[in-house]
Each structure stands twice: as C-alpha cells, then as structure tokens.
Design a protein around this ligand. Structure first.
Ligand code: ATP
Ligand code: MG
Length: 451
C-alpha cells in the first residue's frame, strides 16, 4: 500500500498538521509492530495508544493519526488530526477496500468461523489471489486491520466477523460490503449479552446489512431461526447440511485425522475429525461454486487445508497417548459436538475427558454445563476431569446418571494438582480430549501433558 498524507486526510476526513507530504507504506496500532514507513494509529482502550507514539517514532513511523490535544502531538513526523482514531482507522480501511475492490466474503456464526474462513480461503486460493483474516482478528479493530494488510492485487478477501453484542456485525458488514456472506451455526455463545437464541439469530443476520443485493448468503438448512428470516431478502440463498439442504453431504468415514464425505456423488475429504467440520467445508464448497470453481479445485482446497491451531487438533502426550486439543474456546454447542465426535473415534485404550468452565453463559450457565451429561456415557468414557466453578453443574448431573463413572473435580487454584493426577492416570494407549473456555487456560494442561 502507498498512502500519501493527502490521501489519508481525505479518507479519514482529518486535518494534516504538518506541511510536507509523506507517504506511508503500512499501518499498525501496536507501536511495537511499527516498522519504517508505517502510519501509527493510537487507539484508546485500557491504555491510550497516544502515550506510545514516541515508541512508534523510534521504530520508524513516518506519520500518526491523532485525536488528543494537537498541542501534545509529536513534531518530528506527519500528524493527521481526527476526532476518533478508531473511526478514522475504519474509514481508511473502507477507502483501501474501495480502491482495491476485491470480492469480499464474510463469515460469521457462533462456532466454526475461523475454520470456515481457513477452508474457504484454501478453496478459493486454488484459482484466485486470496487474503484472509489472520488468526482471530474478527472485531471492529481486527477487521480494518485485516483489510489494511491485504496485499495489492488481492482478488478474494475472506473476512471473519465476530461479535459479543447486537449491532456489532452490522458495523462490520457495512464497512466491508461483502459480496458473499455465510452463517455457520446459531449456538448459545454470548447468550448472556443477547438474551435468547432468537436474538442471537437476529444478530448474526446483521451480516446481510452490507451484503450486495445480488450477492449470496449461505446458511445451515436445519436452523429454522435462519431459514425463516431470509424470505424477504433479494440475495441468492444457499442452504447446507448433513443430509439436508441444497448442498447436502453424506459422511462416509470418520477417523482421528480425517473425515471422508460425499456431495452429489463426488467424494471429498478434510484433514479434521467431526461432522461439524464437514458443515464448515460445505460452506467453503458453496462459496467455491459461486465463484466458478470445479469439483477438483474444491477437492484440493479442502483436502489440504491448514487450519489455525488448537481448534480440534491432534497432539501426542509425552507418554504417547493421543490428545485431542480443543482448548481455544468453548460453548455448549461446540463442547457437545466435540464430545460426540471423540466418543465415536477409535481408541486402543480408554477415553478421558478434561472439561473446564464455559464462560459468559449468564443465568443458565449451571444448567447448560449440566446438559453436557447428554454427550457423555460410562461406556465410551472411562475418566472425566472437571475444572472450575460453573462445571460443577455437570459433576452433579454425572453423579446422578452414571454413579460408577470416575469423575474428578478440581477448583481453579488446583490446576497443578489436576495435571499431576491426569499424568499419573494417563496410559500410552489412552486418548484424552480437552475442552473449555480460553480463559480457563487448559492450554497449560495440554502443554504439561505433551512434556
Ligand atoms: P471464535 O468465536 O473464538 O472466533 P470461531 O467461531 O472462529 O470461534 P473456530 O475457532 O473455527 O470457531 O472453532 C472453535 C471450536 O468450535 C472448534 O474447535 C470446534 O470445537 C467448534 N466448532 C467448529 N465448527 C463448528 C460448527 N460448524 N458447529 C459447531 N461447533 C463448531
Ligand atoms: Mg475465530
């Protein structure tokens, strides 16, 4: 990218404090990431980014946005004065997007956004120059950041759109103006903020606010909260599902490392377990077809996809046991699906599960944790480790339904004790699944088991 201060000023409707024109070649809001020639964007969060401008200058920033008192602005680099640096950052992203004009694909949903984004990019990259959200940069800061880091000449831009509250996806959709949008699933994530599954569906449907009128919307066939909300839309609607919907898959074989399935008599495979990952793959397929990709290209894109870490990832324990690590985030839908998937997979030894609190579930939290009992039984699972406060609901439910199943509960402070207990029990031929909210830090348990 090449932005002169005059262009930035126009794009963000700001005022340039310095006289000589400067060109910037990159944009960063973290002063530590600034390299020579970058524009610094001081954002206001828990810290005020303005306080780090000297660090940005030290690292080579040639210009900065500025919304504090102009009298305190630095004098050695170009300064573009704006009312709100985040809004200016977003406006600059809009400007760059209009200038580059790639087709934009937007992915939202309660679970599976990152995986679906990775799969969609892998498919579209078989034919087009693509760029996608890096990691999980899916909010009002991450989205403009992604756009501004898109290489020139990108033909298809795949954006993950996340939310905690109603209204947030609208902002992202209006900024990115997608040509194609997809909703992976309506779950219970963030029900604390939103109130009900209906409200969650409304919030996900905000992805259509900026969607091109002649664009495509991809939704799960068996989610009536979505199918009943799309009737009045002008866009093409495509539905997908496991043996349901317009794009309907049959699962042929599921192993630890791969799932084989067919759609319209063509076979496909993904290097991941779980029927939910087939659903994610169907979205990538629908989008690939919309952009004219053939069966072979879609096959290649799905078979060789590289997904972002710790989302249903197989690892080896130090003693050789198989670890299914899914510790990046958790909510009831995802935890239930992972347990169902794990219970079906072959293991030479026993199946163990380590389940930690799922955060932000609001008033229903205890009951939602308890409901996981429907995804556990004393035939498929031999030992259950529960970690945290909210998960006590499940402890009670398990004791009630499977009185002889070995269930161990540990409080938040007792993580090391839990690790020691698991290590003492885990045998080389066992398989162990770990799932919980990121905030519970199960990644430490995974790492300790890998040692
Ligand atoms: P976040 O909100 O943290 O960005 P995300 O929506 O990007 O999450 P992923 O990171 O792709 O979701 O997947 C997180 C976990 O959700 C997976 O490891 C898996 O357990 C579960 N998951 C993935 N896809 C689906 C799906 N289609 N339906 C339900 N659960 C899913
Ligand atoms: Mg994500």
């Amino acid at each position: 990218m090449n932005f002169t201060t005059t262009i930035i000023k126009k794009a963000v409707q700001g005022e340039v404090l310095t006289e000589n024109e400067v060109t910037v070649t990159g944009v960063e809001f973290d002063s530590r990431k600034i390299s020579a020639g970058d524009l610094f964007v001081p954002l206001k969060g828990t810290n005020d980014g303005h306080e780090f401008v000297s660090k940005a200058i030290e690292n080579g920033a040639t210009a900065t946005l500025w919304s504090n008192d102009p009298a305190t602005a630095p004098e050695d680099i170009a300064v573009i004065l704006v009312k709100d640096t985040l809004q200016a950052f977003q406006a600059l992203a809009s400007y760059y997007l209009l200038e580059e004009n790639p087709d934009v694909i937007a992915i939202t949903g309660s679970n599976g956004k990152t995986t679906t984004k990775d799969m969609t990019e892998s498919v579209l990259s078989q034919k087009f120059r693509t760029y996608k959200t890096q990691g999980n940069y899916n909010n009002d800061i991450g989205l403009p950041y992604t756009i501004l880091h898109m290489p020139e000449g990108t033909e298809k831009l795949i954006l993950e759109m996340g939310m905690d509250h109603a209204g947030e996806i609208s902002v992202l959709s209006e900024l990115a103006e997608p040509d194609v949008a997809a909703i992976t699933i309506i779950g219970e994530a963030h029900i604390e903020n939103l109130g009900s599954r209906e409200k969650i569906a409304d919030a996900k449907m905000e992805i259509t606010t900026g969607l091109a009128p002649d664009g495509l919307l991809v939704i799960p066939a068996d989610e009536h909260l979505l199918t009943e909300r799309v009737h009045s839309l002008s866009q093409t609607i495509e539905t997908f599902g496991i043996q349901s919907g317009e794009l309907s898959a049959s699962i042929l074989n599921e192993t630890k490392g791969a799932t084989v399935f067919s759609v319209d008599d063509n076979g496909y495979q993904i290097p991941l377990p779980g029927s939910y990952n087939v659903q994610n793959a169907l979205i990538a397929m629908a989008i690939g077809r919309w952009f004219g990709l053939g069966t072979d290209e879609i096959f290649q894109g799905l078979a060789y996809v590289q997904v972002t870490q710790n989302r249903t990832q197989w690892l080896k324990a130090g003693n050789g046991a198989d670890i299914l690590s899914d510790v990046y985030n958790a909510n009831p839908t995802a935890m239930g699906l992972v347990l169902d998937t794990f219970a079906k997979l072959p293991t030479e030894g026993r199946r163990l599960a380590v389940l930690a609190d799922m955060l932000e579930l609001g008033e229903e939290s205890y009951a939602l944790h308890a409901s996981m009992v429907d995804h556990i039984n004393d035939q498929d699972f031999q030992e259950i480790y529960l970690y945290g406060e909210e998960i006590k609901g499940l402890k009670v439910a398990l004791a009630d339904r499977y009185p002889t199943l070995a269930v161990h509960h540990f409080n938040k402070e007792a993580k090391q004790q839990m690790i020691a207990t698991i290590k003492a029990s885990l045998k080389a031929e066992d398989s162990i699944v770990l799932k919980g909210s990121n905030g519970m830090g199960l990644i430490e348990v995974v790492e300790a088991l890998q040692e």
